[in-house]
Unconditional design. Structure first.
Length: 85
């Protein structure tokens, strides 16, 4: 390992920079694959699926409120248009 490090240190700065970029890319890809693997494994767990469904309920209520508000707004505009005709 020391020989490898010594050889890298003797290389020009441009070569060392390329080696650094390659190593960072390799480690990033490995981390992404590990993250995706653990994410898939966790999402298959029934307890986590139930917990996620419970956590998303407030968002569905918010969506229903937004849709209902938009529909009441558009319906009131349509009623105004019908009354003006």
């Amino acid at each position: 390992m020391r020989k490898i490090i010594h050889k890298i240190r003797q290389q020009p700065e441009e070569v060392r920079t390329h080696i650094l970029h390659i190593l960072i890319t390799i480690f990033a890809v490995i981390l992404v694959f590990l993250w995706l693997y653990s994410l898939g494994k966790n999402l298959n767990n029934g307890d986590i699926q139930a917990k996620a469904a419970n956590e998303l309920r407030p968002l569905s209520a918010l969506k229903d409120n937004l849709v209902g508000g938009y529909q009441s707004f558009t319906n009131s505009d349509q009623n105004k248009d019908l009354n003006t005709q």
